[in-house]
Design a protein around this ligand. Structure first.
Ligand code: FAD
Length: 303
């Protein structure tokens, strides 16, 4: 790759971690995927702009990754650069009027604990979702009756020309697992402003503990996965339909429909991306023919 050496030098200059031929299985919660040409840890917006200018000038393919918890990486890897937000790009500040401002790479766990420390309520639903704030806004992640759209006020992002833009919630087109960012893959979220409410620390902690307990009880957290494999179809639940069709335990290689939670496909050890996608296709086909519902994959495929 002619650009690799120049890119490596640029990363050294900027102080950004740089890895070549890095297995994506190490950076995604499904633990599958071949290598990317380069993986760079992003640690500030300024440096991100410099890297993206190089990447765009040289027509290099790139993909923005948070914690990789909603991504299935191809067995063939990715012939381009993966920009990882889930590391040092993670500051949180508390501001007036119960607002928090965080960078996109902060983990939801850290963000929830930060809010708890300040006795701010509203983010409890996100405790246990293993992603970054940026990845969560991109997907409008949600659980147990809450979602990012309930707490987000505005965001900063880089547009395709690398202008730093600000957008209010109303412009974000947030709906079920959808946002303006998932519509425009050239937009990169760099920061998020959230509005929470004053609450009781004890009650916030109790709710967070309760939700984490429910996750451990219901979800196969001891196996790699990307969480719910399918989006919730209008009028039903993916896990309910999969259950009704008797698909628990169905497998392709080491990819298996979890017996604990049929909405999850899990990696029992050596599953490949291809195993997961073949199994997903089978599930979609059977559910469609038996119930009429058309399931759709929730995670992004990185290829
Ligand atoms: C065990 C488990 C449980 C889960 N439970 C839930 C749940 O309850 N609810 C739920 O909604 N999800 C859940 N998920 C899925 C996942 O954790 C969320 O969707 C999470 O928000 C993804 O964040 P991430 O940082 O890992 O994003 P990634 O998986 O790294 O990326 C997801 C997408 O977001 C894009 N993206 C990431 N960061 C940015 C950025 N800064 N700017 C632009 N685009 C960006 C990526 O390019 C990619 O397309 C679960 C996953 C697992 C493994």
């Amino acid at each position: 790759m002619p650009y690799i050496f120049e890119l490596k030098n640029l990363c050294e200059e900027l102080g950004c971690g740089f890895l070549t031929e890095e297995p994506l299985s190490m950076h995604t919660t499904f633990r599958v995927g071949g290598c990317c040409r380069a993986l760079i840890y992003i640690n500030s917006t300024e440096r991100l702009v410099k890297l993206l200018s190089f990447i765009k000038t040289n027509n290099v393919k790139y993909f923005v990754l948070g914690k990789g918890s909603n991504v299935i990486a191809s067995d063939d890897g990715f012939d381009g650069v993966v920009l990882v937000f889930g590391g040092d790009f993670a500051s949180i500040k508390s501001e007036e009027n119960n607002e928090l401002v965080c960078s996109a790479g902060v983990s939801l766990k850290e963000l929830c604990l930060f809010a708890l420390e300040r006795e701010l309520t509203g983010l409890e639903f996100a405790y246990g979702i293993p992603g970054t704030a940026g990845g969560a806004l991109f997907m409008n992640a949600g659980a147990y009756g809450g979602e990012m759209s309930d707490v987000v006020l505005s965001a900063e992002y880089l547009d395709e020309d690398l202008n730093l833009c600000r957008i209010d919630k109303a412009g974000m087109k947030l709906s079920y697992r959808h946002s303006i960012f998932s519509e425009n893959r050239n937009y990169i979220i760099t920061g998020i402003r959230l509005k929470l409410e004053p609450g009781s620390g004890e009650e916030i902690k109790a709710r967070m503990d309760e939700l984490l307990h429910r996750r451990k009880d219901k979800q196969p957290l001891n196996y790699p996965s990307a969480g719910s494999t399918f989006k919730r179809p209008e009028g039903s639940y993916a896990s309910l339909l999969i259950d009704q069709c008797g698909l628990k335990g169905m497998n392709v290689g080491d990819a298996e429909v979890s017996c604990k939670h049929s909405g999850f496909i899990i990696n029992k050890g050596n599953a490949t991306c291809s195993d997961i996608l073949k199994l997903s296709e089978k599930v979609i086909e059977i559910v469609k023919s038996k119930t009429g519902y058309v399931l759709e994959l929730e995670p992004e495929i990185l290829k």
